[in-house]
Write a protein that binds this ligand. Sequence first.
Ligand code: FAD
Length: 387
Amino acid sequence: MTFDLTPEQDQLRDAVRALGRRYGHGYFVEKAKAGEHTSELWTEAGRLGYLGVNIPTEYGGGGGGITELAIVCEELAAAGCPLLLLVVSPAIAATVITRHGTEEQRKRHLPGLADGSAKIVFAITEPEAGSNFHRLGTVARRDGDDWVLNGRKCYISGVDEAGHVLVVARTEDSSTGKLKPALFLVPTDAAGLTRSKLDMEIVSPENQFLLYLDDVRVPADALLGESLDAGLPALFAGLNPERITVAAMGAGTGRYAIERASEYTATRKVWGGRSIGSHQGVSHPLAHAAVQVELARLMIQKAATLYDAGRDLEAGVAGNMAKYAAGEAAALAVDTAVQALGGAGMTTEYGVATLLGAVRAGRIAPVSREMILNFVAQHVLGQEKSY
Ligand SMILES: Cc1cc2nc3c(=O)[nH]c(=O)nc-3n(C[C@H](O)[C@H](O)[C@H](O)COP(=O)(O)OP(=O)(O)OC[C@H]3O[C@@H](n4cnc5c(N)ncnc54)[C@H](O)[C@@H]3O)c2cc1C
């Protein structure tokens, strides 16, 4: 057993940290408040190869795994730049296309994802179905060689920045009534695909949308994979990378908040010569949050290692646990940091309250803490399903 990164992973961590710090949380917030995207950071990260670390080298990537992508997600977040689209585009879309796309789809999409010039977002959530993916109502109907898609999706991140959206639909001829999902690579400018931006209480340069698919016609090769049978395995292929990288983003955000607060409480003096951090009422909550973040990081490392070793089922358990732990730890760390800074904690300048919305959302998306607890109760503890 080793807890050390390889020298190459260490180098990656240092390099991404340096890049993130050059931009910093001030840049992230400024872009968010201006209604702009962090395009400069994304482009530079792509040029330096950080967005494609998990993509095979023959398609222009770094040939690494989810361990490397988790490092990128964590370090950018630890620098105050938690980029959700890292989870959606390189983690979910690139993994799904690499593992289950056709060779033509790999050649067409992966090089752009690797160098950051293209983004593919992911649309599964629907207003009616919610957490119950067996109720997905978006339908794909065959019409000659084409597919015609109809349905509604909600909270879909980054549609305004992406060239394609990977839409999870149900094939119309699934007579069994069981979920037979199929994934489609739909251009974001396809006729019949419209969107409206949701107003979210999250300070973020990345936006969420309602998506309307009204007779969206796509050619046969928009279906991900060689046949309809690719749908279910492709959908599952995206889940572990999603959970592990979103956990890494949470852990990085937690580290960022604790670091900001610790710097402040070590120097802030309001009672004579002692720092406020010398009072255990201030330092213990921060230390407690630091323990929770570090525990989550351990689970992330375990989940990523299992995933990269091809042990998908074990990675599923560890990835869900990592996501749960990191989501809780990040929310605790940011809230504790705000408290430790007092009034300064609520200012934009000190850059911690700006993360409250994001870490709160991290307990809901991409999978809620309750659905993870359901998963653990059923698959680890052997409990009966209640729903
Ligand atoms: C910032 C943000 C970005 C997002 N980006 C994307 C994206 O890019 N693509 C995408 O497809 N989706 C995206 N989502 C959607 C997200 O994945 C869903 O919000 C999430 O899966 C929960 O679904 P829901 O909102 O419909 O909640 P609901 O399913 O309505 O659930 C509401 C509450 O009830 C609980 N609950 C539901 N069923 C059970 C049960 N059986 N047992 C116990 N508790 C239960 C849930 O945990 C939750 O707390 C995003 C959401 C947010 C907030």
